[in-house]
Design a protein around this ligand. Sequence first.
Ligand code: CO8
Length: 287
Amino acid sequence: MLSRTSTLLRPATASFARVQLRAMSSTSGEQLVVPTRSSSNKVSILTLNRPKALNALSTPLFQALNAELEKAEADDEVRAIVITGGEKNFAAGADIKEMKDKEFAEAYTTNFLGSWSKIASIRKPIIGAVAGYALGGGCELAMMCDILVATPKATFGQPEITLGIIPGMGGSQRLTTLIGKVKAMDMVLTGRKIDGVTAEKWGLVSRLTGEGESVVEEAVKVAETIAGFGKVAVQAGKEAVNGSLDLPLEQGLRLERRLFQQLFATQDQKEGMAAFAEKRKPTWSDK
Ligand code: CO8
């Protein structure tokens, strides 16, 4: 699955990989999330790996993804994260077979899906790489990434209505913020699916791959660009943009101004501006 990306990616170190295997295996021993690193080692690439079920998002898969996200967040070497389903399918939604017999009491008392939004609390930048289906929970997972790269033929949709339910992980909320009320209503109430080209036009996707390009490689390139900047400013940028989603304008502007002013206390601000004046490349210290 990762063969087309081999020039940019390399497997995690042996000891790292052993830990991953334990954390990410299903009871059948299947590795549900495959962690690799970019050749610079700065980008953690997490590949959903249930190809036969089109990467349907089961509870064990999400537990594995959450565990990998926590490791990537804690790893000092990792400066950006790519989440992908590889070059064929991102994820065709929550696992319908797992959900079909759920009852209200169990779903409510066990907070079913409650932990699935862990990704939204990760402070490092996350780039989603979408090919094929990103449906239901798959579309919602994609929308929890900070930047989305997709193929023109990728398929986005919230088809929950066809199953007698509605989106449960932000599909009605994040989608509306991204593409506006009437288009979100259209997708949520009719189950309408859109391709990558339309998703880019509507503001759901930030970049499309060109002819013959690997979506994972393109996402890793974006991640490497970010990984090349100072960590403090990157984290502040992510916090400021996310603030705009939660805060009224006045408070959002105050957050942005405070973060902006605080960056003048960093060595990276001194270095970045000195390097510009001296016509040289900056060397970031992340301080
Ligand atoms: N769950 C479980 N299994 C799935 C899912 C899924 N969401 N999607 C596909 N599969 C399985 C199929 O059952 C099939 O398995 P098998 O070979 O054992 O029969 C295999 O994947 C291949 O699928 P198809 O044969 O159906 O492949 P097609 O190419 O004919 O069709 C489709 C592809 C159109 C994507 C079709 O599989 C489909 O419609 N899938 C369901 C899409 C969907 O409705 N998704 C929304 C699910 S509900 C949801 O996500 C709720 C979100 C709530 C929050 C969740 C937070 C994460």
